[in-house]
Design a protein around this ligand. Structure first.
Ligand code: UDX
Length: 445
């Protein structure tokens, strides 16, 4: 099957590569000429385990191609996937300018009937707007061609995107057209071992499913962080509570890890966008507002705990930070709790010595060269000469530590752990002051 993908960001590149890998002919299009030139050489712009070798292999077979030419892109695929960004507007709603620009391009160049597939995370009603935009272009060209638009949201986790694409829980397609159903079934056939995995539904239901899934997961996390904050004040250990409630199959163990708040490119943006959609139709989505507010507060707890440990005076202190990415196995620092922490530390006059296995380049890109930021070569260098340590991301290599050694490194033996990595007793036995999330006798903030 011939498939065109607009956008070679995270979602577009993973989708295009995985579809080429199962035998489809894929053309990926992007307006960024530099990016396309590098992709043709097999150089990928993001860090995603397994993706680079897969891109190279499929470029080599000729099944995966890249172009910056819109006419070539539109002419290529019977399915035209839109996988471009939908960054938040100032008011939190998803900005559709890139999505609608692709729709215009398709309308401008199409010479035969096409099916447009919305892969980008877009508000309910966008498929209608995309259809109207393509149709307008067709009308102004005076050509009589048929275009159909369906919604096919992605459920890819960074760091596990290929696995999620190839073995996801479900494939959702929003359409009421039999022709579109047939084409989408053909597109995903290699991935559908279980028929019920492919779910057809109304376009609007598919669009809302994406937001509902992410908002539900974000709600679970904020709920657990709220319980952790209560546990902290009530002298209970939230890790025991987590095991206790997770054992109920109605609750389950997934996404109930308390921490320093969720970040990344999806949860913060999607919760906000859904709230905004609700506001637009005069519905007060109270729960969504609370989920976001709890998360914003949670991101500040690392700094508050640290500041309390230093009696409110961090000026001139050097703080080691382990983990900068919003979660392990990615270099993505979008809305990462580490950023809230570092920015507050700089504001308070402290210096940061940070280490992350993948996100160092990204950190430099965001913050540039500055005197109060040292990017250390490894976790050992990061704690050398530091006053205290804060853990923001649960990378594997932070899980096992010689606490006696750590105590020797830190001028003030304080660890603030935003990911509950350690056994409280073992850390404290080594003489360290350990402030985790909701561990009973943590430093209450
Ligand atoms: C998420 C969704 O999981 C995915 O289905 C969707 O398509 C895009 O958004 P992603 O943002 O890559 O994926 O990461 P995810 O693993 O879901 O983690 C999101 C954030 O939640 C991270 O900051 C993580 O640290 C936090 N989290 C997750 C918790 O704090 N506790 C948990 O129990 C789980």
């Amino acid at each position: 099957m011939k498939i065109t993908i607009f956008g070679t960001g995270y979602v577009g590149l993973v989708t295009g590569t995985c579809l080429a890998d199962v035998g489809h002919d894929v053309m990926c299009m992007d307006v960024d000429t530099d990016k396309i030139a590098r992709l043709k050489e097999g150089e990928i712009p993001i860090y995603e385990p397994g993706l680079e070798s897969m891109v190279k292999a499929n470029v080599a077979t000729g099944r995966l191609r890249f172009t910056t030419d819109p006419e070539v892109a539109v002419g290529f695929g019977e399915l035209q996937f839109i996988a471009v960004g939908t960054p938040p507007d100032e008011d939190g709603s998803a900005d559709l300018k890139y999505v609608l620009a692709v729709a215009e391009t398709i309308g401008e160049y199409m010479q035969e009937d096409k099916v447009v597939v919305d892969k980008s995370t877009v508000p309910v009603g966008t498929a209608d707007k995309v259809l109207a935009t393509v149709q307008e272009r067709l009308d102004s060209r005076g050509v009589d061609l048929k275009v159909e638009v369906c919604s096919n949201p992605e459920f890819l986790k960074e760091g596990a995107a290929i696995e999620d694409f190839t073995h996801g829980a479900r494939i959702i397609v929003g359409t009421d057209s039999e022709r579109v159903k047939r084409l989408m079934r053909e597109c995903y056939a290699p991935y559908i071992r279980l028929q019920e995995k492919l779910m057809f539904m109304d376009v609007r239901a598919a669009e809302l499913t994406k937001y509902a899934a992410n908002a539900m997961l974000a709600t679970k996390i904020s709920f657990m962080n709220e319980i952790a904050n209560l546990a902290e004040r009530l002298g209970a250990d939230v890790e025991q509570v987590r095991r206790g409630i997770g054992s109920d199959p109605r609750i389950g163990y997934h996404f109930i890890y308390p921490g320093c708040g969720y970040g990344g490119s999806c949860f913060p943006k999607d919760v906000q966008a859904l709230e905004r959609t609700a506001r637009d139709i005069d519905y007060d989505a109270e729960l969504l507002g609370a989920v976001e507010a709890v998360n914003n507060r949670q991101k500040q707890t690392l700094f508050t705990k640290l500041s309390n440990a230093f009696d409110g005076n961090l000026k001139g202190r050097t703080i080691a930070v382990w983990g900068l990415s919003f979660k392990p196995n990615t270099d993505d620092m979008r809305d990462a709790p580490s950023r809230t922490l570092m920015e507050a530390l700089w504001q308070a006059g402290a210096k940061v010595q940070a280490y992350d296995p993948e996100a160092m380049r990204e950190c430099r890109r965001i913050y540039g060269e500055r005197d109060d930021l040292v990017l250390a070569g490894d976790r050992v260098q990061a704690v050398k000469g530091a006053d205290a340590l804060v853990i923001c991301t649960e990378w594997k290599e932070f899980r096992s530590v010689d606490f006696h050694w750590l105590k020797e490194q830190l001028a003030m033996p304080v660890i603030v752990d935003g990911r509950n990595l350690y056994d409280t007793e073992a850390v404290r036995e080594a003489g360290l002051m350990y402030y985790a999330v909701g561990r009973g006798d943590s430093l209450v903030v």
